[in-house]
Design a protein around this ligand. Structure first.
Ligand code: FAD
Length: 414
């Protein structure tokens, strides 16, 4: 901690944040909230974001579960940022996770009473809504540049960092916070040894158009169904009126990934036909959801993650840029929110930059490693076949208990 007479190591400095997603925005809000009068001449903060402002609050995209269990901590962190109630007000129906059998009858329901001080233990929220609330709460002192991606970064001999921007300009800063997501271009430029690894699962994912009514059980819960034939289906509310579905399967090599909106009509027809074939063992609601698909949302992705790595110097990686995890973790956004908060906290309160970065890594790396390990176990459980399925369901219960997601079975709930 700096004494009143010492100047804070960030006083009068310039911080650039690459990316204006979940981790980046959480960092900026937390930094402003925790600043108090700890730094006499607070650093200036500038964000460069690839998306345009319209993309960021658009209706496209998926939904996320934000959790308040023992180690996910997204709900608690949003509360510390003073924006939890605002988030809950725009969240989706169906706020707890259920592991289903192939007929969508519950095998395990993960419901916990909220930890003290939280109004509810978790929420499901459209990513665009979560981001909209974060953007609304961005401190006015933070300069947000939309539609200007960071193309590359160079560490200079004097410890500063030079960045090249998509509009052709260059900027120099004292600290670069890299929050540009799982495919981070800055990670590729500065830490090329840390690469994304395919973890042996491919998913077809899409959302529906707006529905008159969300099919059961999505008003109450979201979750995954074990087909028992190697397929895992996931269903959730996507926003207040539409739903998200996916079907995944194990494979040795990744297939060609397709982002939403990049396939022609014939390709979309072929992928939807494949999804129908892959979901044939499941009961409703998956068939209705596939039939009601918003065609422009159909996506094929290969699940990937990265071994979380430690930071050094004046370039600090957070969120997916530091510890990308697949959607099977259901925790990457929770981790990014906590990263933003904990990095701000350490930068403000530590005695120097090296200590702040070390203490931040000591917090972020173990919890993100754990989230990645759990995602690998979830993948094994979700895609298990035959009798293995029942063994894994038992293990899921034990893991749920171990990781603080105490379960109730259907009988107990009735
Ligand atoms: C289908 C799906 C479901 C998921 N479900 C969940 C869930 O239920 N719960 C959960 O906790 N997590 C979930 N996740 C994971 C979660 O979305 C991510 O882990 C989280 O968004 C990571 O936050 P971030 O801030 O690190 O990156 P992002 O939120 O991805 O933000 C990165 C930002 O950087 C911008 N950017 C990229 N490149 C550049 C550049 N060169 N220059 C400037 N800006 C750039 C991007 O436009 C983006 O705004 C899911 C992910 C997917 C794909």
């Amino acid at each position: 901690m700096n004494s009143a007479s010492e100047q804070h190591f960030l006083a009068g400095k310039h911080i650039i944040v690459a990316g204006g997603g979940i981790g980046a925005l959480s960092f900026c809000i937390a930094f402003h909230r925790l600043l108090d009068d700890k730094i006499q001449l607070p650093p200036s903060i500038t964000i460069y974001e690839r998306d345009t402002a319209i993309d960021a609050v658009g209706r496209e995209g998926y939904s996320l579960s934000i959790r308040g269990d023992a180690f996910s901590g997204g709900m608690q962190t949003l509360q510390k940022l003073g924006i939890l109630d605002e988030m809950i007000a725009v969240s989706n129906p169906g706020d707890y996770f259920t592991l289903f059998d192939k007929d969508f009858s519950p095998l395990v329901q993960f419901r916990t009473p909220p930890v003290e001080g939280l109004p509810q233990s978790s929420m499901r929220i459209a990513r665009s809504k979560l981001r909209e609330v974060l953007i609304k709460n961005l401190p006015p002192s933070v300069i947000m540049n939309w539609g200007n991606a960071v193309k590359s970064a160079h560490e200079l001999d004097n410890g500063q960092i030079s960045i090249d921007l998509a509009d052709g300009s260059q900027e120099i800063c004292d600290l670069l916070i890299v929050a540009d997501g799982s495919n981070s271009v800055i990670r590729r430029a500065l830490r090329p040894e840390h690469t994304l690894n395919f973890i042996g699962v491919t998913s077809i994912l899409a959302r529906t158009h707006a529905l008159d009514k969300l099919p059961a059980p999505l008003e109450q819960t979201y979750g995954g169904a074990i087909g028992g034939d190697g397929h895992f289906a996931f269903v959730a509310s996507s926003d207040q009126t539409s739903a998200l579905w996916s079907v995944s399967y194990l494979c040795d090599t990744p297939r060609e990934a397709k982002s939403a909106g990049t396939m022609n009509d014939d390709e979309i027809d072929a992928v939807l036909a494949e999804a129908r074939e892959r979901t044939k063992v499941f009961s409703e609601p998956i068939h209705t959801l596939v039939n009601e698909t918003l065609r422009s949302s159909v996506t094929i992705f290969n699940a990937k993650d990265i071994v979380p790595f430690r930071n050094h110097g004046s370039v600090i990686f957070i969120g997916d840029a530091q510890h990308a995890m697949s959607p099977f973790a259901g925790n990457g956004a929770n981790m990014a929110i906590m990263d933003g908060y904990q990095l701000a906290d350490q930068l403000i309160h530590a005695k120097d930059l090296n200590t702040a970065v070390r203490l931040y890594d000591d917090l972020s790396i173990p919890r993100s490693k754990r989230a990645i390990d759990i995602s690998h176990r979830s993948i094994t459980i979700g895609h298990s076949q035959g009798l293995w399925k029942y063994m894994w369901v038992g293990i899921a219960r034990i893991l749920g208990w171990y990781f603080g997601l105490s379960y109730r079975d259907e009988q107990e709930l009735n």
